[in-house]
Design a protein around this ligand. Structure first.
Ligand SMILES: Cc1ncc(COP(=O)(O)O)c(C=O)c1O
Length: 385
């Protein structure tokens, strides 16, 4: 960790105490169901290894990722317990997964058979989950294939240990009716497994469904957003705390004359003299051209409209704030005065989900991990492994 954290301008902070608070309240809320902590996409940009280590320190033993390398990254960092690989896997990846004890979610009979072959090769009985497509048109068996999948699971029992059946809802913030239809499809698929595999763990809900719908927790839930304090459901059934802040500072202030232009490709024509604050971050750091004109960031406690975004720079209209100067703090996510911008709001400004926004946030933004208000760890290009 570098000595002079105050020399960093653009930075993310991740409050590990608040992360653990969220983990604890969600864990209790979904109990007796158990929780997979979703740490894919670098834990939604928060940094997979520091986040997983903090959760493991609080007793979390089940993690979910969406790429095999993300699972290997966690094992290399010393993370123990279950690692569920929720994404698509091909048989060429099975050797590495077996060696690293990463559990796949399998979408068809052929993949189950290939995993069984891997078990023979590895000379160990391997765990796996089965995936059902209940309406997303994505990976998995169709709901009517439950009987066939259960029979195959029975046949492969000697080599494979069926741990769970999972699915993912297509529109958890949509109508309850639609979600209940998808839930019925899930149950239809699971029914033929009940007698043969009485200890199977079913998991359908991610954050929104877990917070919103009764009877959707089953034996497990896969939770990302709630851990990171994203309140998609309001009022939240559990008291969540904000985990992330994303801040930078004004790098130049100047007034542009009428007829000038801001940004590539005439993103924003200047129609009257405009005071513009330059920010030292851009597309690479999470912003998109969709944020232009619709997103407001905080400077001196006041919202200011984003009028230009380039790869490494962006521009804010501060015409209404004559006192803004170089070095002033700019908040993209977090609090300033009595105003707050959440990651959800920053995504909404561009019409994208929070996951889409944070998943693209480059590692060149240093992540500073706080505990008791102190920086205890840093993740950046200076120490990224
Ligand atoms: C299969 C699956 N399960 C769980 C999650 C976690 O979702 P959330 O962050 O809404 O909890 C995701 C995230 O995209 C996912 O793809």
């Amino acid at each position: 960790m570098r000595k002079h954290a105050d020399e960093i301008v653009t930075r993310m902070t991740v409050d590990l105490d608040n992360l653990i608070h969220n983990y604890e309240v969600v864990r209790r809320y979904v109990s007796p169901a158990r929780l997979y902590a979703v740490v894919k996409s670098e834990a939604y940009g928060h940094g997979a290894v520091p986040v997983a280590r903090a959760l493991a320190g609080s007793g979390c033993r089940s993690f979910a990722v969406a790429a095999v390398d993300e699972g290997i990254q966690l094992r290399r960092a010393g993370i123990e317990g279950d690692i569920l690989m929720m994404g698509a896997t091909l048989p060429v990846q099975f050797g590495a997964m077996a060696r690293k004890d990463i559990t796949p979610v399998l979408p068809d009979l052929q993949r189950m058979q290939a995993w069984a072959k891997q078990a023979q090769k590895s000379q160990k009985r391997l765990p796996y989950h089965i995936k059902v497509d209940v309406g997303l048109g994505r990976m998995g068996f169709m709901p009517r294939a439950g009987k066939q999948a259960a029979e195959e699971a029975e046949t492969l029992r000697e080599n494979l240990h069926l741990v769970g059946i999972g699915s993912h809802l297509s529109h958890p913030s949509g109508s309850e009716e639609k979600n209940r239809t998808e839930q019925r499809r899930f149950e239809r698929f699971c029914a033929p497994f009940e007698k043969r595999f009485p200890h199977i763990r079913r998991h359908l809900a991610a954050s929104q469904a877990a917070a919103r719908f009764e009877g959707m927790h089953y034996e497990m839930v896969r939770i990302g957003g709630l851990l990171y304090g994203f309140e998609h459901i309001k009022p939240s059934p559990v008291p969540l705390r904000a985990v992330m802040s994303l801040k930078t500072a004004v790098a130049q202030v100047k007034t542009l004359p009428s007829g000038w232009n801001i940004g590539y490709g005439e993103q924003h024509p200047v129609t009257e003299p405009t005071r513009v604050a330059l920010l030292p971050l851009g597309w690479t750091d999470g912003l998109t051209s969709f944020h232009i004109g619709s997103t407001r960031l905080l400077v001196r406690g006041q919202p200011c409209t984003l009028v230009g975004v380039c790869t490494d720079f962006s521009m804010l209209d501060v015409s209404h704030l004559s006192e803004v100067q170089t070095g002033d703090e700019v908040v993209l996510v977090g609090c300033q005065g009595d105003r707050r911008i959440t990651p959800i709001k920053l995504g909404q400004g561009a019409g994208i989900s929070t996951g889409q926004l944070l998943g693209k946030l480059s590692i060149r933004v240093p992540r500073l991990y706080l505990s008791d208000g102190e920086c205890v760890e840093e993740l950046s290009v200076l120490n990224y492994q």
